[in-house]
Write a protein that binds this ligand. Structure first.
Ligand code: NDP
Length: 318
């Protein structure tokens, strides 16, 4: 037998849990299906210094524990499980988790995005110990220290520019000899004196796992094959993010990078389906903006159709 709910929220990062908090306080008794990366990307960070209200910072996992407890306090139900399929073509919407089925009058997609890793093994093991995928989250810990940024796109340039204001030096390591980043970002990075570039270079190892901290990168030149070492104390992997939208592909409008397209704050191309957080935002990607969008969503779920003033104009007839 399927369980029917007014609101089902997929994902338990800042966006999902804020949507849960607001929906619970509106007496909608939301059900949160937490997903395989319960708590989202903040579970992978150490100290969070940019969440307002904590002057001494708060550990990412602790912040998520608090958010979760706060949502539960108002009646949100949070269950473990990873959604295996959704059917957005029927009403109520059908959400399947293994052999369990749930029906939702309104569905909130807050499944986030996952940073891409180098997949060296060691990069994930040293996460939070010198390896990071988020300069705005962790850059401060590298104040006055030498760091490297890996990647050649806008994410890597943004990370490098941000870090240039904190670190003693920033080396961008890119596997080719030209950047993929937009011209404006390239120009900005090239014009920053503390940023230097290592071209045609890939990282093949991060030292030193035995010490549990980063002290050097082992590099290989992709043209000559020669290997070398670069002494750094931090490494930021900026090779892109993957929005967790596989389940929704073909059922909802996505942009060219796979992120959910939203309009009027949080509405998606399917009426009754809302999106919040990184799954629909490849620009800001901050815990605080994700939480803000979770609040927007829960307001929208109570007003299923946009106010006439905010509706999209009808398509122009040829
Ligand atoms: P991109 O896919 O644009 O770039 C990823 C970069 O990482 C590429 O240079 C790629 O190399 C490199 N890379 C990928 N995999 C590996 C790997 N395994 N090892 C080493 N290097 C690797 O991703 P971004 O996240 O940079 O950007 C995604 C989208 O978001 C873009 O549309 C971008 O414009 C946008 N964005 C916009 C921002 C802004 O406007 N402020 C900020 C951040 C992103 P290669 O070039 O060889 O493929």
């Amino acid at each position: 037998m399927s369980i029917e709910r007014d609101v089902i929220i997929l994902g338990s990062g800042p966006a999902g849990l804020t949507a849960a908090l607001y929906s619970a306080r509106a007496n909608l008794k939301p059900l949160v299906i937490e997903g395989v990366e319960a708590g989202g990307q903040l579970m992978l960070t150490t100290m969070v210094d940019n969440w307002p209200g904590f002057r001494d910072g708060i550990m990412g996992p602790d912040l998520m524990t608090e958010m979760r407890a706060q949502a539960e306090r108002f009646g949100a139900e949070i269950i473990q499980g990873d959604v295996t399929s959704v059917d957005l073509s029927r009403r109520p919407f059908l959400v399947t988790v293994g052999t369990s089925e749930y029906l939702a009058k309104a569905l909130v997609l807050a499944t986030g995005a996952s940073a891409k890793w180098l997949e060296l093994g060691v990069d994930r093991k040293l996460s939070g110990r010198g390896v990071s995928t988020c300069a705005t989250c962790d850059g401060y810990f590298f104040k006055g220290r030498p760091v490297a940024v890996i990647g050649g796109g806008d994410t890597a340039m943004e990370e490098a520019i941000y870090l240039s204001k904190l670190a003693s030096s920033v080396v961008v390591i890119h596997r080719r000899d030209s950047l993929r980043a937009s011209k404006v970002m390239q120009d900005k990075a090239f014009a920053t004196p503390s940023i230097s570039f290592l071209w045609d270079t890939e990282v093949i190892d991060i030292r030193d796992i035995t010490k549990g901290e980063v002290d050097a990168l082992v590099l290989r030149n992709t043209v000559t094959g020669l290997t070398s070492q670069l002494a750094v104390e931090g490494v930021f992997i900026g090779i892109g993010h993957i929005p967790n939208t596989k389940l929704f592909r073909g059922q909802i409008e996505l942009d060219e990078n796979g992120y959910i397209r939203t309009h009027h704050g949080s509405r998606t191309s399917v009426e009754g389906v809302f999106a919040a957080g990184d799954v629909q935002d490849h620009i800001y990607r901050q815990a605080v903006t994700a939480a803000g969008s979770g609040c927007v969503v829960s307001r929208s779920t109570r007003h299923p159709t946009p106010h006439p003033r905010h509706r999209r104009p009808p398509p122009v007839q040829a």
